[in-house]
Design a protein around this ligand. Structure first.
Ligand code: TYD
Length: 215
């Protein structure tokens, strides 16, 4: 059986990731792709338990390396329990955040180092990187405005960081996109929702036509 595709959606806060994710799943289904959606941290019971710890606003004492290890531990369990079996069954997995979140947030924004975070995550994912990553890039100030306007959204420990942290997250993503151009597509998420969705669909169609980003 042919292995399914591994797709991830990344972005800084308020980039519109949830909307894009839902519409990307619909678009893939309309193209006949059997798609399973998931999220990180979380996606399965053990990883959701780790998520509760890592995002708890009360955990103000959490050390940056502890945070990085918790994200990597949650990723490992999700990888083994959900990502690998889904890919092996021939289905495509569409994941809300994956390794690039750790590289941008813990590696770059927290200052641990992108290479250090890459190393602990390679231990977790054994070289299985996404085939395609859609990176939704929004100006951090605009992103935080969008989040604050959405009263239904739950506020987590990382949302409470200062604007300067979110600026570093974006810078981190830009560095990572430069480093992995064969799989990361940057989408300008400062534009209107229909414009962003159009670009997402074009990127997915181009990927499906080639089976990979690089021709
Ligand atoms: P979530 O509520 O899913 O936020 P969002 O809608 O922005 O995806 O919370 C996930 C938070 O965890 C988000 O602030 C990004 C952060 N995160 C990391 O710092 N490192 C990681 O490896 C992952 C997966 C998420």
């Amino acid at each position: 059986m042919t292995r399914g595709y591994f797709l991830s959606v990344e972005g800084n806060e308020g980039a519109g990731k949830s909307t894009v994710l839902t519409m990307a799943a619909e678009h893939l289904a309309s193209r006949g792709v059997e798609v399973v959606t998931s999220r990180e941290p979380g996606g399965i019971a053990i990883a959701e338990q780790i998520r509760a710890i890592v995002l708890d606003k009360g955990n103000t004492k959490m050390d940056a390396r502890t945070e990085a290890l918790l994200y990597a531990a949650s990723r490992r369990q999700h990888f083994v329990e959900k990502i690998v079996p889904t890919l092996d069954s021939g289905k495509t997995i569409l994941c809300d955040r994956f390794i690039d979140s750790s590289l941008a947030y813990q590696g770059y924004a927290r200052g641990i180092g992108i290479d250090e975070i890459l190393a602990i995550n390679q231990f977790a994912i054994e070289d299985t990187f996404p085939d395609l990553t859609l990176f939704l890039d929004v100006d951090p100030e605009r992103g935080l405005e969008r989040i604050n306007a959405n009263k239904n959204r739950e506020v987590n420990r990382l949302d409470l960081e200062a604007l300067s942290f979110h600026e570093r997250v974006r810078e981190g993503y830009l560095k990572i996109a430069d480093r992995f151009p064969e799989r990361i597509v940057r989408i300008d998420a400062n534009r209107t929702v229909p414009e962003v969705l159009d670009e997402m669909k074009r990127a997915l169609d181009a990927f499906l036509a080639r089976g990979t980003l690089s021709s």
